[in-house]
Structure formats: structure tokens, C-alpha cells
Design a protein around this ligand. Structure first.
Ligand code: FES
Length: 237
């Protein structure tokens, strides 16, 4: 097997050709934050949280998709790297619905965890933000695009692992979404309700339908109750 010599944060190492810088760093127990990366499933370099500084390169590089090269010198925690990751995280947060306390992924959210680790608790960027209707029509999956961070994990697992491929990216710029053909609800496409997308979603954009949703649905369909979005159900006298 052909081996490659490189230096990461001053530590000399040797890894097989074709290894990514992220994998090489992890083999040295060097932590590089990631969001979109999912080994063997979603290695697309979408979020840029894993950027590192490579000597001689003109810009920071996404380590999860960067193969090692002979003599490479990498810094994973320089001032430029930390600043870039902080800006990237704030930009992701700027379009993310931040109702953490009522989110099913509260305290189990990869985005929330990264913000805590990097000391980010406010919003530096405000821009155009689109509010999407939450897709609750599926019998098992609730899809909330307001929380989607466009990592692409659900697309990869649906297409490449499950072989279903009912979701994909659509549109561009601030209007980019993960959606189905013709923006139909999941109940109207060939979703098989396997739940793989829920399992790998790093945030609360996809979650399992639970009893709470079913109670609300039952109430919505009942003429005995008046249901308000934000208030408890009220029995009609
Ligand atoms: Fe590398 Fe998202 S983790 S680009």
C-alpha cells in the first residue's frame, strides 16, 4: 500500500494514499468539527465546518473531502481556521429556526452542540429568511425545512443507502431547499417511511411522528374542539 507523509498541527504522520485530511487528523486524535460529513454516506463537503489551513494553498480547505498529499503541512486550529468556522456557523444559524427549547432534538442536536463548543450564542447575521410549512402528512416522518441546514445527509441516505431517492436539493441561494418532486409532501411521493433520514439528520429538520402530532391531528379532524396553533385545545360549550 502506498503511504503518504504529512504533518498535522506539527505532528508528523504517515497514512495510506487516498486518506482524507479529516481521517488522518482523527487517527492522531485531533478533533476537527464536522456537520455534513457522514462516513461512507455523505462525503460531499457541503457545510465547510471542517476547514483547515494547508501550507501553500490560497484558501482554507474542507478536510473531509481533501485527500492527503506527500509533504502536506496542515493546521487545524489556527486563528484563521477558528474565525472561518465561527462565521460559517453563524451563517448557518442565520437561516435556522432557533426554537431549541421546544425542538425534539434539544440537547441532542449537532448544531446546538457545536455552538456551545464554539461559544456562539447570538446572531451576527440577519438576512432574507423564508418560512416553510411543516410537512406533517406522512404517517411517520415530520419534515420541517425551517430547521434544515442543507447538509445533504438525508438526500444521500435516501438515494444511496435506501435506494429510494425521493428527496433532493432544489433552487439556489437563499431559496435552496431539500424537497420532493414538485414540492409534494412526503405522503405523496414514494417515501417508504424507513426513518433513515431521521436517524442521520444532525438537527430537528426530520423527526419521527409521535403521539403529540397524532393528538393534534385528531383534534384538527374533530368538530368537538377548536384548536389554536399555540394554545391548548378548547372544548366548545
Ligand atoms: Fe466537511 Fe461539512 S464536514 S464540509
Amino acid at each position: 500500500m502506498e503511504m503518504v507523509n504529512l504533518t498535522i498541527d506539527g505532528i508528523k504522520t504517515q497514512v495510506p494514499k487516498g486518506t482524507t485530511v479529516l481521517a488522518a487528523a482523527r487517527s492522531l486524535n485531533i478533533n476537527i468539527p464536522t456537520l455534513c460529513f457522514l462516513k461512507d454516506i455523505n462525503e460531499v463537503g457541503a457545510c465547510r465546518m471542517c476547514v483547515v489551513e494547508v501550507k501553500g494553498a490560497r484558501s482554507l480547505q474542507a478536510s473531509c473531502v481533501l485527500p492527503v498529499a506527500e509533504g502536506m503541512e496542515v493546521k487545524t486550529n489556527s486563528k484563521d481556521v477558528r474565525e472561518a468556522r465561527s462565521v460559517i456557523l453563524k451563517l448557518i444559524l442565520a437561516r435556522h429556526e432557533r426554537e431549541c427549547l421546544t425542538c425534539s432534538r434539544n440537547l441532542n442536536c449537532e448544531l446546538q452542540k457545536l455552538c456551545e463548543e464554539m461559544g456562539i450564542d447570538g446572531l451576527d447575521f440577519q438576512g432574507e429568511k423564508i418560512t416553510y410549512a411543516v410537512d406533517t402528512a406522512s404517517p411517520s416522518v415530520v419534515r420541517d425545512q425551517n430547521k434544515c441546514i442543507l447538509c445533504g445527509r438525508c438526500i444521500s441516505v435516501c438515494r444511496n443507502v435506501q435506494g429510494t431517492g425521493v428527496i433532493n436539493f432544489a433552487r439556489r441561494g437563499v431559496k435552496t431547499t431539500v424537497t420532493t418532486s414538485y414540492d409534494k409532501g412526503l405522503s405523496e411521493v414514494a417515501c417508504i417511511n424507513c426513518g433513515q433520514c431521521i436517524k442521520i439528520c444532525p438537527v430537528g429538520a426530520l423527526r419521527e411522528k409521535d403521539d403529540r402530532d397524532r393528538v393534534w391531528e385528531a383534534l384538527d379532524n374533530s368538530d368537538m374542539y377548536v384548536v389554536a396553533q399555540t394554545a391548548p385545545a378548547v372544548r366548545v360549550a
